[in-house]
Design a protein around this ligand. Structure first.
Ligand code: NAD
Length: 332
């Protein structure tokens, strides 16, 4: 099958090609983001393979369908960048990678917490400059902390298990409660209680209209002074301006993010020689108690290998007319 692969980085090319060795789909790699101005590149391809910041709105899906594309294969879990109703209306099916090392993202969330709590990022810079002073690096134990997990799905539960190993108390909030979370000692509480009681809040729910700005000024006002917020899920879960205000005011003690609402203009690119016009991200990275990573939580050998293998397998299933195990449907 002819497949246009968008947002293709070197590692995508290598690992997708490797997963494709035996099946031999015709993969056409493009550095470009899929969007209205680049959709023409997919003309004549039965499938497109896309990533988190590719744009699959009504306009792009209509153009894809016109060009003969009938399958969108997301090489990620989240599908908030796809207008599923428009896809269905244009006869385009959508598959994603429902499962790949949840450890990759959960462990990254923990890495952000440890770095922020023990000021590792600051110590790294100091010692490289010959400064071995401890003043300003006072941390706090994780043992005994209350950790609020929002979204206790696959990643949230792995995260919770790790934090429980540190001796943290687990509280959770989810639309669909998991007995597994309760078995590891977690207790479900209403969202407001979670916001008020947690020393650390970590977001692991999807971005939907319902969860957009789940963390807003009102939720932040409830937060325990000095609380840490971690977002490895999706940027739109958090009102970043409200977070900046809370950090400035000293209510929020630290922030670790791997995702950012306007990340499509920034992430996965080397802008180190450019003037970055986004004042919000520039303000964020100027805080000593903020760590930003560029959507790298998934980026482990294990996770990327599984993502590529699952994506190629879904494309093969589609090409052979087999049921699509990882299909995403509008409305559920
Ligand atoms: P999952 O589907 O296993 O779990 C999501 C959980 O969120 C479920 O338990 C679900 O019930 C819950 N949820 C849904 N709506 C909710 C709501 N309104 N309020 C509270 N909880 C709600 O998904 P997962 O594999 O654990 O992934 C979680 C998220 O992590 C994904 O949606 C994606 O956005 C993000 N993610 C980020 C990266 C990264 O590299 N940064 C990689 C993979 C996934």
């Amino acid at each position: 099958m002819k497949v246009a692969v968008f947002s293709a980085k070197r590692y995508d090319r290598e690992l997708l090609a490797e997963a494709n060795t035996e099946v031999g789909h015709e993969l056409h790699f493009f550095d470009d983001l899929l969007e209205p101005s680049t959709v023409v590149l997919a003309a004549g391809c039965g499938a497109v393979c896309v990533f988190v910041n590719d744009v699959l709105d009504e306009e792009v899906l209509a153009a894809l369908a016109d060009g003969g594309t009938r399958l969108v294969a997301l090489r990620c879990t989240g599908f908030n960048n796809v207008d599923l109703k428009a896809a269905a209306a244009h006869g385009v099916r959508v598959v994603r990678v429902t499962e790949y090392s949840p450890y990759s993202v959960a462990e990254h969330a923990v890495a952000l917490i440890l770095a922020l709590r023990r000021k590792i990022h600051r110590a790294y810079n100091r010692t490289r400059d010959g400064n071995f002073e401890l003043d300003g690096l006072l941390g706090s134990d994780l043992h005994g902390c209350t950790v609020g997990v929002i979204g206790t799905g696959k990643i949230g539960r792995v995260f919770a298990r790790i934090m429980s190993g540190f001796g943290c108390e687990l509280i959770g909030y989810d639309k669909f409660e998991s007995p597994d979370f309760e078995r590891m000692g977690g207790r479900y509480v209403p969202l407001r209680e979670l916001a008020a009681r947690s020393d650390i809040v970590s977001l692991h729910c999807p971005l939907t209209p319902e969860t957009h700005y789940l963390v807003d000024a009102e939720a932040l006002a409830l937060a325990k002074p000095g609380a840490i917020l971690i977002n490895t899920s999706r940027g739109g879960l958090v009102d970043t301006e409200a977070v900046i205000a809370s950090l400035k005011f000293g209510q929020l003690g630290a922030l670790g993010i791997d995702v950012y609402e306007q990340e499509s203009d920034l992430f996965f690119q080397d802008l180190s020689s450019s003037i970055i016009p986004d004042d919000v991200i520039q303000r964020l990275v100027s805080f000593p108690n903020v760590i930003v990573t560029g959507h790298q939580a998934f980026f482990t050998r294990e996770a990327v290998g599984t993502i590529c293998a699952t994506t190629i397998a879904s494309i093969s299933d589609y090409a052979s007319g087999l049921p699509l195990a990882h299909e995403v449907h509008a409305g559920g």
